[in-house]
Write a protein that binds this ligand. Structure first.
Ligand code: GDP
Ligand code: MN
Length: 403
């Protein structure tokens, strides 16, 4: 789960990492109030879960209250790189002397933690790595290693923090590590970690986190009830929320063929089979991932079918079940009960194998519903679902992809 800047900075603040004073606002009226509290000059920052906000015009400096209101009226209705602005953060403007970049992330390839830092902060790290590869420092922390002030100080010096900033940088790295570990994060990034202050007054200079990006590991959600405050109900996909409430693993994709299966591996294979069969013109792609899990009840199957069928882009639905713990007969009962309560709005292509496959297929055959199709193998069923989706989308004249 990615956090908004206004949420991420609260986690840094809890560890006493210095951040500018800020207020979150959702209207120009709230921005005016925030300016009264924060003072001027201030920065108005669009809250979206994507980077490059500055370059996209989503971060504006305001010297007066009117400028701040005007900036918020520009930013609040914006969509930045496909993300609708959720609100703005009004922060006190700092005088920047230098911008560093620091992050700690989980590295799945080397199976450890990476501290990445460079003296060229401000822009996104990919660009920094492209323009100044020699200045990007990467240090690994082993999964069983800990990190202490001595190691952090050595690291800060190696990274290239200016001499005067090394001790403070080390302290911040150590605090970031604490945030990373304690919040079960996969990324804690500060960019820019800015040296701020008055250039002629040495005592005013300090490092301050002017931006914060944190991703949390969803697998650790069970031990963090406090994460509920981060749930983004405004921008959440309503079908994903509904699936989550029923304990289903559903991910919306951008195609036209709904996919339901049991077990993540089988569902992934089904997505591949649909994508393979769907190549060509017009291209057809999977509309979603939905895993009903092991030993699913008829009610779970019925709910799953209803969720997938509710996506208006879905033209046909592939149901691929390999009965083990899950009984194909139970799945068939779920399919029929969903049809009984809600009708069948989309054609289904079913492939059953394994536990009670014959019984399940018999139930479906007895229903004599012309919109339920059956195939013996996953490949045939995927090709059939794609062919039906093509037919539906050409006869309904709808365009294929979604935008
Ligand atoms: P991003 O573009 O999404 O990464 O948004 P940031 O929060 O990093 O802001 C982009 C840029 O705006 C920063 O790199 C800074 O150069 C500038 N900026 C942000 N806060 C301040 C501030 O308080 N004072 C000044 N002068 N510039 C700021
Ligand atoms: Mn930034």
């Amino acid at each position: 789960m990615d956090l908004y800047e206004y949420q991420a900075r609260t986690l840094l603040e809890k560890e006493n990492i210095s951040v500018p004073a800020a207020r979150y606002a959702r209207s120009s009226h709230e921005v005016a109030q925030a300016v009264d509290e924060i003072g001027l000059p201030c920065v108005i920052k669009g809250q979206v879960k994507t980077g490059h906000r500055g370059q996209a015009g989503g971060v504006l400096l305001a010297k007066t209250k009117d400028e701040a209101i005007l900036a918020s009226e520009k930013i609040l209705p914006m969509t930045i790189h496909g993300h609708k602005v959720n609100g703005v953060l009004v922060t006190e403007a700092k005088n920047i002397l230098h911008e560093y970049y620091v992050s700690i992330s989980l590295d799945r390839t080397s199976r450890d933690y990476d501290v990445l830092a460079t003296v060229h902060g401000g822009t996104e790290v990919e660009e920094i790595a492209h323009n100044h590869p020699e200045d990007v420092r990467r240090l690994h922390i082993g999964p069983l290693e800990d990190f202490n002030l001595e190691a952090a100080t050595k690291m800060a010096a190696e990274i290239g923090f200016y001499h005067a900033d090394v001790d403070q940088a080390a302290e911040i790295l150590l605090k970031m590590w604490k945030v990373f570990k304690e919040t079960d994060a996969t990324l804690v990034e500060i960019n820019p970690l800015a040296k701020i202050g008055n250039p002629t007054d040495e005592s005013s200079k300090a490092l301050c986190a002017l931006d914060a990006k944190i991703s949390l590991d969803n697998n650790a959600a069970f031990r963090h009830p406090e994460w509920s405050e981060f749930t983004d109900s405004q921008n959440a996909d309503p079908l994903e929320v509904r699936a989550q409430q029923h304990g289903l693993h559903y991910v919306r994709l951008d195609g036209q063929v709904g996919v339901i299966g049991n077990g993540a591996g089988l569902v992934m294979s089904s997505l591949d089979a649909v994508a393979g069969a769907g190549e060509g013109n017009p291209a057809m792609k999977p509309a979603n991932f939905l895993d009903i899990g092991g030993g699913a009840s008829a009610a779970v199957m019925a709910e799953s079918l209803d969720i997938v069928a509710s996506d208006p882009h879905v033209a046909s639905i592939l149901i691929n079940v390999y009965g083990g713990l899950t009984s194909c007969k139970t799945v068939a009962e779920g399919i029929l009960s969903a049809i009984e309560s809600n009708g069948l709005s989309k054609p289904l292509v079913v492939r059953f194998d394994g536990n009670e496959a014959a019984e399940g297929l018999r139930l479906l055959a007895d229903a004599k519903n012309p919109h339920i199709h059956v195939n013996d193998t996953m490949e045939e069923a995927a090709a059939n679902a794609v062919a039906i989706a093509r037919e539906v989308s050409t006869t309904s004249g709808s365009t294929t992809g979604r935008h």
